[in-house]
Ligand binder design. Sequence first.
Ligand code: MRU
Length: 347
Amino acid sequence: MPVTTIEWRGDHIRMIDQTRLPLELVHLEIRDVDTLAEAIKSLRVRGAPAIGIAGAFGVLVGLQDFAGKDKAAFLEQLDKVSDFLVSTRPTAVNLSWALKRMRNTAHDHASEPVSVLKQLLKEEALKIWQEDRETCREIGRHGATLIEDGFTILTHCNTGALATADYGTALGVVFTANESGKKVTVYADETRPLLQGARLNVWELMNEGIDVTLICDNTAAFVMQQKKIDCAIVGADRIAANGDTANKIGTYNVAVLAEKHSIPFYVAAPYSTIDFDIPDGSKIPIEVRSAEEVTNGFGRRTAPPETKVYSPAFDITPNELITAIITEAGVIQPPFAANLKKHVKQK
Ligand code: MRU
């Protein structure tokens, strides 16, 4: 069953409300920027590439009712919408990357009339969406070369079609290996506190008919010790210039465990996730989410009222724990500081 996570419908955004999965497949029709901002903040749309696309489409929503020919006012509104959307989630660089592309598209053609700028912005947003679809297939193709027939793969969070325009990054690798006839099995971390692994990764894997076993996050060490895992593949929200990687909280745990058990630990992400302006992971902004998501997740209180909580949404995996980074251009080996740049130049 193909999953269309997010798309532009001529005058509005249509997206799956991921907070309703796996119980219901419900779509949202979004026509204004405030509703979109709420959808991004509350993870109705989530996953680094998908929120980048949401941001690009958000610019269209935020500017389509702009009337008149005042170009300065149009560009001012574009900047306002972009600044507002970029503030919704700080860690995934794909959001600011996509919004920067939208901004540059308009500012680079500032001599054109408003009607032309609107058209150029629409083309750029659709290009970002289409490129992501193609990029994910390429990531899958390169990553699948690392997967042997019979492999069991550990996943963390959701990195499939729901997190991208289509197909996914880390999960795209699993899908490609499976489609090429290799037998692959997955152990999916449930991914506390919002259960993207249990609710979304398992849902996508089952839709593809791939053998998946759900584990609690704290079971990962034991399944590795039991020699059930051949490799771990995760996605990324931002990769610093030296390869340090921000991804869903708990990813660092998996990387440490993988090293302890001599299991390859791969990161799969598009180039748009690499932030060359950030030298190392310590400079990546980490979103901190509400206590409620931990103490009262999914409508049931599991800790005393007013419990003090610390809930970072992401952590940083140091580059030395990463076996390789899989991008649309190929499998990048350490040392990442040198090799990430080299690949970008070749691209
Ligand atoms: O908080 P989320 O659900 O947006 O976090 C998503 C992740 O951490 C993913 O692993 C990452 O964005 C890569 S998705 C291809």
